[in-house]
Design a protein around this ligand. Structure first.
Ligand code: SF4
Length: 467
């Protein structure tokens, strides 16, 4: 019977099934971070060992200040304690740990792919909702809760109910200045934040095939913002080239055998998805959010919508609430909105391609507002420095920081002040996400760099033409 890629990977990981539909799945790789403390504590309280330490990887990201190079330099005792605890837990349980002194630390969803921990066909979990990112390599990857983290640590398995399958096909060709972030924001704008609820989503179509691996990770990363359980993209030659030679990827004969398997992963031509959605890639423009949900999004050439046009009274009230929080009036052109701060980073847009495109816009210009450039990992930071991107940002008056989640979630001391407005390459614009009372406009890295230079939401295509 024809199968989707998701079904192929799912079936291969089934350990046993219960009559009530719950399925026990084998977990290939488990990523931990500095927010995974409860899992280790639970194991200790039960007197259990970690089932497969060699398949467990940890990196501090949420609480790592972007201003320090070592744990000892962290002034805040809570943050320092959290990172010290991860060091101690990693040593006690014998797991891989990419600490601040390892040269490999970073956001879990950047570190996994770049170290070859994430591979096609594997089942990967992490106690973080944006684990969907890893599906860009053809893995089935999803975020899990604290009690599930402990279950995986103790058993290397997890009970799950099988999600439905969804295919989102983006055909056409992206226009000048349009990138992956715009595509996923356009998708969420079209299907809504509940559009993929209960589904494992496979992205397909010419736009996805033409996209580089970093862009594919941006797409899969935000699947969760559409309610999806996981996002996936079929592995192809780009995927193989990306994985080859990475530290934890197979080598020699193991690589050859893995490639043979990976080539069987793409969905069969006649596979049937529970839900099929088509998105017109030709029509996508640079996107920017105006409200407090990723689905509150319009092209940069657009304006803040009027809730009066919304027929559903519940939705209308929600839109009015978003406008009040964002302090915006209906009809305001997006390009008339001034910002106070810009953040370029996160597991959505903190990779080398993102920094390259932001640097292209920043080159030879000056930032008009405070701008934080926070690489997604230490390896990304080193690569950017080797290419001279750090000099471009610093010369533009921007701050070049150490890798961390940073202003995506405001847990490491980087935040948006109350009442201030940001253009941010992160993935969530919920109320208070970047700091209490902060107002977030989600954009791609080129758009963020443009906003940094002009101090307002700007159509980056005009600036790119100027280059
Ligand atoms: S960068 Fe943001 S979304 Fe990604 S793992 Fe960190 S806090 Fe979560």
């Amino acid at each position: 019977m024809a199968k989707t890629m998701f079904e192929k990977i799912w079936d291969r990981h089934v350990v046993l099934e219960r009559d009530d539909g719950q399925v026990l799945l084998y977990i290939d790789r488990h990523l931990c971070h500095d927010g995974s403390r409860a899992g280790f504590t639970k194991l200790k309280s039960l007197g259990l060992k970690l089932r497969r330490p060699e398949q467990t990887f940890a990196t501090p990201d949420h609480y790592r200040p972007s201003t320090v190079k070592t744990v000892a330099q962290i002034e805040d005792p809570t943050m320092r304690g959290i990172l010290e605890q991860l060091v101690a837990n990693a040593a006690e349980f014998g797991i891989h740990h990419f600490g601040l002194d390892s040269g490999k630390q970073g956001i879990a969803h950047v570190v996994g792919p770049e170290l070859g921990i994430t591979l096609p066909g594997i089942l990967l979990v992490c106690g973080d909702s944006h684990t969907a990112t890893h599906g860009a390599l053809g893995a089935f990857a999803f975020g899990i809760g604290a009690s599930e983290v402990a279950h995986v640590m103790a058993t290397q398995t997890l009970w799950q109910r099988k999600p439905k399958s969804m295919r989102i096909t983006v055909d056409g060709a992206l226009g000048f200045g349009v990138a992956a972030k715009d595509v996923i924001l356009a998708i969420i704008g079209q299907i809504g934040t509940a559009g993929a609820t209960g589904h494992a989503v496979e992205y397909a179509g010419s736009v996805i095939r033409d996209m580089g691996m970093e862009g594919r990770m941006t797409i899969c990363n935000m699947t969760i913002e559409a309610g999806g359980r996981a996002g996936m993209i079929a592995p192809d030659d780009k995927t193989l080239a990306y994985c080859k030679g990475r530290e934890f990827a197979p080598k020699g004969a193991d690589w050859d055998a893995a490639v043979e398997y990976w080539k069987t992963l793409p969905s069969d031509a006649d596979a049937v998805f529970d839900t099929d959605i088509a998105v017109d890639g030709d029509a996508i423009a640079p996107m920017v959010t105006w409200g407090t949900s990723p689905e509150n999004v319009v092209p940069v050439t657009g304006a803040v919508p009027d809730p009066v046009a919304e027929p559903d009274p519940v939705k209308r009230k929600s839109l009015e609430g978003a406008l009040a929080y964002m302090d915006l009036k209906p009809g305001t052109r997006m390009t008339d909105i001034a910002v106070d701060k810009v953040f370029i980073g996160s597991c959505t847009n903190g990779r080398i391609e993102d920094l390259r495109i932001a640097a292209k816009v920043a080159k030879g210009r000056r930032a008009a507002v405070a701008t934080l450039i926070v690489p997604g990992s230490t390896l990304v930071k080193r690569q950017a420095e080797a290419e001279g991107l750090d000099r471009i940002f610093i010369d533009a008056g921007m701050e070049w920081r150490e890798s961390a989640c940073s202003m995506c979630v405001a847990q490491n001391g980087d935040y948006l002040e109350p009442g201030k407005r940001s253009a941010s390459t992160s993935n969530r614009n919920f109320m208070g996400r970047q700091g209490e009372g902060g107002r977030t406009h989600l954009v791609g890295p080129a758009m963020a760099a443009a906003a940094a230079v002009t101090g307002r939401i700007t159509d980056v295509r005009q600036m790119m033409e100027e280059n």
